[in-house]
Design a protein around this ligand. Structure first.
Ligand SMILES: Nc1ncnc2c1ncn2[C@@H]1O[C@H](COP(=O)(O)OP(=O)(O)OP(=O)(O)O)[C@@H](O)[C@H]1O
Ligand SMILES: [Mg+2]
Length: 421
């Protein structure tokens, strides 16, 4: 048997010594992300181009990795480059760290805080729906109310509860129609109707008013808690926000409510409000939820994420979620709860997975769900800052994100840690 002595070689030289050890690169379409470490070439990525070439069947992306290893820096640079390429951006920004990107690219900024000047109605039909059937709008509104009820109650709503929500929204549509179709119903209107269902709603569901009220009770109380409490002033009335819809995009700054116990419900409301513009198919769009692990145990947020991922292909939207640990999404599926099982969809739906450095235990535990080889699972804990293991459909690559000096200034999240005079 032929035995060859082991050979030590640098990553840079290994590409020449073993030219076939890595796959051919992705097509060079879309913005440049950085350098492919093994192949030594440029690495470009655009989910919409890759969809055209059938490299990807879903545009969703999952970005994961330990604190400080460059997840947000990569996403900010990616968004900036996609913005230059004409994509419309929407960022749900829990730490208020995308404001520099907003300034650089001219994105509208909406800063949400209780009692602040910005109010968003998550049930807005939006300009995107002018001329389309009300069924689309109603379906989306049902999804929002159900997701919020799940957030408040902490468990999935039953089919009876869903029927009452549907019937309340149909009643509000009917009333809106009588007033000439405007303005849109609000969460407060829905809550009031769920607390006192009308005879017409009961007749429509072939039941009595008392039975309907009993079915609606828990959803109504859940909404009441949100509308009167944590969401008060932010999502309980008609929208008041200055947005340049024709501009390059929007940043929803949630830093003032990051510590709120209803943070997940706030994310759902802000995301639902965004859905009105997302449904306009005139431009390719990218929606980002940074620090989404904060909400991942919430039934309502998971329901909203599922719905958004499902629609992303139909609407030409890339949905990007950023988490620190994959086990936040995946391993909990073993605890058997419905929410945990559904959270795993964030991993399985994302055909683009960008993984920065993870601890050894976390990388081993995530190997199956991420479909890594043994070598990939061993490599992930050794990745330095800014370098990530990419999976794009069946394609794998190790990519060093390249930031320009201006990018680094925009991405610097370490300012607070540096010594100051
Ligand atoms: N490719 C890179 N080149 C140079 N500097 C980088 C690179 N990636 C990240 N950095 C720097 O590292 C710091 C931390 O990066 P970043 O904020 O993206 O981390 P993170 O993974 O999002 O952390 P957290 O989980 O705490 O949000 C930033 O100051 C950023 O400028
Ligand atoms: Mg970050």
């Amino acid at each position: 048997m032929l035995r060859l002595p082991p050979m030590a070689v640098t990553t840079r030289h290994s590409a020449s010594a073993y030219p076939f050890q890595c796959q051919a690169g992705l097509p060079l379409t879309g913005p440049i992300i950085g350098q492919e470490v093994l192949g030594q070439g440029m690495f470009c990525y655009d989910p919409f181009c890759l969809y055209d070439t059938e490299t990807l069947l879903s545009p969703c992306m999952l970005v994961s990795g330990n604190k400080g290893y460059g997840k947000s820096a990569f996403v900010k640079a990616y968004l900036h480059r996609q913005c230059l390429a004409g994509k419309w951006l929407a960022i749900l920004d829990p730490k208020g760290e995308y404001l520099d990107l907003a300034e650089r690219d001219g994105l509208s900024v909406l800063s949400l805080r209780p009692g602040g000047p910005v109010r968003l109605n998550p049930l807005d039909a939006g300009p995107a729906f002018a001329g389309t059937g009300t069924e689309d709008v109603r379906g989306r509104r049902i999804g929002v109310v159900v997701a919020l009820a799940e957030s408040a109650v902490g468990q999935p709503v039953s089919s009876n509860e869903r029927s009452v929500v549907t019937s309340a929204l149909m009643e509000l549509e009917r009333r809106g129609g009588q007033r000439g179709g405007r303005p849109a119903p609000t969460l407060r209107h829905v809550m009031e109707l769920l607390m006192c269902p009308t005879d017409a709603m009961a007749a429509g569901l072939n039941t009595t008013g008392a039975e309907l009220a009993a079915d609606a009770k828990s959803v109504a109380r859940g909404l009441h808690r949100l509308v009167e409490g944590d969401l008060a002033g932010m999502f309980d009335g008609q929208s008041q926000a200055l947005v340049q819809w024709s501009g390059p995009g929007i940043v929803i700054d949630l830093s003032a409510v990051l510590q709120s116990p209803a943070f997940s419900a706030i994310l759902v409301c802000a995301g639902a409000w965004l859905a009105q513009v997302v449904a306009a198919k005139d431009r390719q769009r990218i929606i980002v939820v940074d620090e989404c692990w904060k909400a991942i145990r919430d039934a309502g947020f998971v329901a909203w994420g599922e719905e958004t991922q499902k629609l992303s292909r139909a609407y030409g939207v890339q949905f990007v979620t950023i988490v620190q640990r994959i086990s936040d999404l995946a391993a909990q599926a073993d605890d058997g709860t419905a929410t945990s099982k559904r959270a795993q969809g964030f991993v399985t739906e994302a055909e683009t997975k960008v993984t920065f450095n993870l601890g050894g235990g976390e990388a081993r535990a995530s190997r199956d769900v991420m479909d890594w080889t043994e070598s990939e699972a061993l490599l992930v804990p050794k990745l330095p800052r800014g370098r990530a293991l990419w999976r794009v459909g069946e394609h794998g690559a190790i990519v060093q994100t390249i930031l320009s000096a201006r990018d680094i200034a925009m991405c610097d999240s370490n300012q607070a840690m540096r010594s100051r005079p």
